[in-house]
Ligand binder design. Structure first.
Ligand SMILES: [Zn+2]
Ligand SMILES: [Zn+2]
Length: 78
């Protein structure tokens, strides 16, 4: 099952909730202006790396999410 992550450019406008989310990668609260939110899990932009090749996905056009692991397009397709 493919679950494409929402592009951060598509806008996650600030919600009214002020409580900080916790990054699932590093466990730290996310105070950054931008965060990535997929299926209730959140990441810092700087923590969003492919779990296989460790490419930083922050600047990639898309990334993929499966079993709470993040993949780049190439590794997801394998
Ligand atoms: Zn983090
Ligand atoms: Zn990869």
């Amino acid at each position: 099952m493919e679950s494409r992550i929402k592009s951060w450019n598509e806008g996650h406008t600030a919600d009214l909730v002020t409580e900080l989310r916790t990054c699932v990668a590093c466990g730290e609260p996310i105070a950054d202006k931008y965060l990535f939110d997929v299926d209730g899990c959140s990441w810092h932009g700087s923590c969003l790396r492919c779990s296989v090749c460790l490419t930083l996905l922050e600047r990639q056009p898309s990334c993929y999410f499966r079993d709470r692991q993040v993949y780049c397009r190439t590794d997801y397709a394998k």
